[in-house]
Design a protein around this ligand. Structure first.
Ligand code: SF4
Length: 362
């Protein structure tokens, strides 16, 4: 990995410390625009090239934001910590390819500002669920970053805050050093092996992710799983059912705090990027049609069928975890669960109540 930094970082003690932390990579000062120009002009595939480059910058924006969600669809009312933008993994379906303008990974600094913003927001009434896995993978660059270590300790100080670290990595060494941190949920995105091998390039194999989840469970962390995106192909039913069986042969279902389900969806511009970057890939061969929010999705009856099947396989295990749909409409919720949260606020409250109750007994 190559590391560059914004020259102004040298004027702050925390900036110098961070540059020093990356000294094994010989970090060089460079303005962000210059680096962008170089990568866009020189690389055939700037997104791929950018996955080998990390840029440290003085971030003047808001670190801590509401997950934007999608209009007309029920979201979970999550908060997003904007620490790292970009990811060293290369999932074919990754929405960041269309969403981020900068081709390389950007580490936003200083984190003290992030922790201040979170402290201001954590009130006494609701449980604040926050994740760092929306604009990157929460563990992929650990332990180099050192963020997770600071964040684990920080969140233990709050009864009303829960940090979710979402990953496709099995490198959990940094987590195992801190046992019994119950305010941090460690979550893995799971998919059958064929998806991991052909669509989630550079990520840890599924059996290693499950083994890592087991280690975290043994170390005292609540764990969570995201079957998202669920991608359909001939034989998906058998593979997803086997995956769930394999998961609960290794993991204690009672220690799973939540599970989300979401079928494959993508903003239209992403389909062009996927075709260009992965011309031989089969991911776009299913029947994906424009939905109300402009995204391409599987048809509703198919999505309902998929969720019902997944739910029936999950329900075979004695779970206390909350199972929810990620960015789905009310009619889909009703068809799958026989009920629907009223709106995003409704789902947020259900999840918060569940989280509080689950962790109280932890
Ligand atoms: S792990 Fe997540 S953030 Fe990273 S490339 Fe895959 S989908 Fe994108």
């Amino acid at each position: 990995m190559e590391v560059f930094y914004e020259p102004i970082l040298e004027s702050f003690p925390w900036g110098k410390e961070t540059i020093e932390r990356f000294s094994t990579f010989n970090p060089l000062p460079k303005e962000k625009e210059e680096l962008e120009r170089e990568i866009f002009l020189q690389a055939d595939d700037p997104i791929k090239r950018g996955k080998e480059v990390l840029y440290l910058r003085f971030y003047k924006g808001q670190f801590f934001k509401r997950c934007p969600g999608t209009k007309g669809y029920i979201c979970c009312g999550y908060w997003v910590g904007n620490i790292l933008e970009g990811c060293p993994f290369d999932c074919t379906y990754c929405v960041l390819q269309a969403y981020l303008n900068t081709p390389f990974m950007v580490l936003n600094l200083p984190w003290s500002k992030f922790f201040e913003e979170v402290t201001e927001k954590i009130d006494t009434q609701w449980v604040l669920r926050l994740g760092t896995g929306e604009l990157s993978d929460s563990l992929a660059l650990e332990p180099f970053l050192g963020f997770v270590e600071e964040a684990l300790s920080f969140f233990e100080g709050f009864e009303k805050g829960v940090l979710e670290l979402k990953t496709k990595s099995s490198n959990v060494d940094v987590l195992l050093k801190f046992r019994g941190k119950k305010r941090s949920v460690i979550a893995w995105s799971l998919a059958p092996r064929i998806i991991q091998k052909e669509q989630e390039l550079g990520t840890s194999p599924i059996e290693e992710r499950i083994r890592a989840a087991r280690l975290c469970q043994e170390a005292g962390y609540p764990v969570a799983f995201h079957f998202d995106p669920i991608i359909l192909y001939p034989g998906w039913e058998k593979d997803y059912q086997k995956l769930i069986e394999e998961l609960f042969r290794t993991i204690d279902p009672k220690g799973v705090i939540w599970i989300s389900l979401g079928t494959f969806r993508l903003p239209r511009p992403l389909s062009g990027i996927i075709r260009k970057r992965f011309p031989q890939n089969w991911i776009l061969t299913g029947e994906l049609l424009p939905a109300e929010d402009g995204k391409l999705r599987y048809l509703k009856p198919l999505r309902v069928k998929v969720y019902k099947k997944m739910l029936s396989w999950l329900k075979e295990y004695p779970m206390r975890g909350f199972i929810y749909l990620c960015m789905e409409r009310k009619d889909v919720w009703r068809a799958v669960f026989g009920m629907s949260p009223k709106d995003t606020q409704g789902l947020k409250e259900l999840l918060e109540t569940h989280t509080q109750e689950f962790l109280r007994k932890w």
